[in-house]
Design a protein around this ligand. Structure first.
Ligand code: HEC
Ligand code: HEC
Ligand code: HEC
Length: 364
């Protein structure tokens, strides 16, 4: 569902507005200048990996290998790859205008929306945020809208691609936003913990959607056909969100209950993107998650489940500490990263002990 809505707009299916190309944004008096408020085009074209790397990746030896395994003749033009790596290639001819160039990679309009209906007007001083949104410019300041935009390319990879060797994707809005060379001012980034929570809820919604679809597809086959790896990653993320105390999933999760979790996760993301976020909220999530040592000492929970939970948990602790600008538990966190690194070698007892040390360091 999220995947479809994100990509449908990128392909222009639910919007007749035309894509005009990055050069339409790049005049020196607009976003192509060298000044701090005008250098978006330069930042994107020179520093942001979205402009060059995604399409270039489709020409590497690794892509060739992947394609051979999948029976894809040419990854640089096949929709199964271009939909994320070269999305403008999927824009139909009738939606191309201005200085449109299919070769641009993940471009301004892939994130901000096709510009035809807002390009001229959006610079007017009397033009409000609501006016822009109504004209089809995505309101990326809204964390829910932003997460939906990024997740369309950063979470769901079809099972055959994974089997052929495509890397597993793991969407995490806060960390990935920090990693993207920014062409926007820092205050527009919102609170890191809030971005983390909205992003993880959206990631869970997408995983639930994927599992739901796969469960439908393999209805007549034994359950084992469903990707157990994905089921475990999904269960781990639902567990982490549940333990933040911001949402109530019935744990242990009823398997096959993907539909209701998808719905709850979406509600959570919407609600938290609208919330006025406070430091107390970050603190509450961090304290609850740091206090999970006992559940890693529970021998009834299978080791692979524990390992996947630990993997998600350390990422959460990392973002929450960063949001608090807290450096006093860094050594303990690094130790947890090490302990959670390998799923087969994961030792729940050691992890529980490490987590107790971490919780103590955070409290000090
Ligand atoms: C149209 C698809 C698309 C959209 C939308 C998109 N990305 Fe990406 N992004 C990619 C692809 C494809 C790559 C991989 C580039 C490569 O290595 O070939 C990538 C790479 C990245 C990377 C570096 C690799 C990594 O995963 O650490 C970051 C960080 C990133 N994107 C963040 C974001 C953020 C934040 C957003 C939303 C504001 C976003 N992306 C929106 C397709 C997209
Ligand atoms: C759902 C969006 C999506 C689709 C569809 C997709 N990719 Fe990717 N791909 C990504 C993202 C995002 C990354 C970056 C992963 C990272 O760095 O964590 C990536 C990474 C890769 C990499 C590894 C790049 C590297 O060396 O680090 C290769 C190779 C690749 N993709 C090839 C393909 C091919 C070939 C296809 C089509 C058969 C394809 N991809 C389809 C999103 C996608
Ligand atoms: C990977 C997704 C992505 C791509 C590609 C992208 N942007 Fe953005 N852009 C964002 C996000 C996220 C924000 C921050 C939220 C906001 O201000 O709306 C943003 C903010 C902006 C802002 C507001 C800056 C500020 O501080 O007020 C401008 C202007 C902008 N982008 C222009 C561009 C232009 C021009 C391009 C192409 C050259 C481009 N963007 C490409 C995601 C993207």
């Amino acid at each position: 569902m999220g995947l479809l809505c994100g990509l449908a707009t990128a392909r222009g299916e639910d919007s007749p507005a035309k894509f005009l190309g990055a050069n339409s944004c790049a005049s020196s008096s607009c976003h192509g200048g060298g000044g701090a408020q005008q250098d978006q085009f330069l930042t994107w074209s020179l520093k942001d990996f979205h402009s060059q790397r995604p399409p270039a990746t489709l020409t590497t030896a690794r892509s060739k290998q992947l394609s051979e395994a999948l029976g894809v003749k040419d990854p640089t033009t096949d929709e199964r790859c271009t939909v994320c790596h070269a999305p403008l290639q999927e824009v139909p001819e009738e939606s191309q205008g201005g200085q449109f160039k299919a070769s641009e990679g993940v471009s301004c309009e892939s994130c901000h929306g096709p510009a035809e209906n807002w390009l001229r007007a959006h610079t007017r001083h009397d033009y409000t945020r609501a006016d822009r949104t109504a004209a089809g410019m995505r309101d990326l300041q809204n964390l829910y809208v932003r997460a939906n935009t990024c997740v369309a390319c950063h979470q769901t990879v079809a099972q055959p691609l994974l089997e052929a060797g495509h890397p597993e994707l793991r969407f995490e809005l806060d960390g990935q936003s920090v990693a993207e060379p920014k062409h926007w001012s820092a205050e527009k980034n919102g609170n890191g913990a809030q971005a983390w929570l909205v992003g993880q809820a959206v990631a869970l919604r997408e995983m639930s959607w994927q599992l739901n679809r796969e469960a439908g597809r393999v209805q007549d086959l034994p359950v084992a056909v469903t990707d157990t790896n994905l089921v475990q990653r999904w269960g781990a993320l639902a567990w982490v969100l549940h333990e933040t105390g911001t949402v109530n999933f019935t744990v242990p999760l009823a398997l096959n209950d993907y539909g209701s979790i998808q719905h709850k996760a979406d509600q959570l993301a919407r609600e938290k993107s609208e919330a006025v976020w406070t430091e107390q909220m970050t603190e509450a999530c961090l304290t609850r998650l740091a206090g999970q040592a006992a559940s890693f000492s529970d021998p009834k929970i299978p080791q692979p489940v524990q390992a996947r939970r630990a993997e998600r948990l350390v990422l959460a602790l990392d973002r929450l500490l960063a949001a608090e600008n807290n450096h006093q538990a860094e050594a303990e966190l690094n130790q947890l990263f090490k302990l959670a690194q390998s799923v087969p070698d994961f030792d729940p007892g050691q992890f529980a002990a490490g987590l107790e040390k971490f919780a103590a360091a955070v409290k000090n």
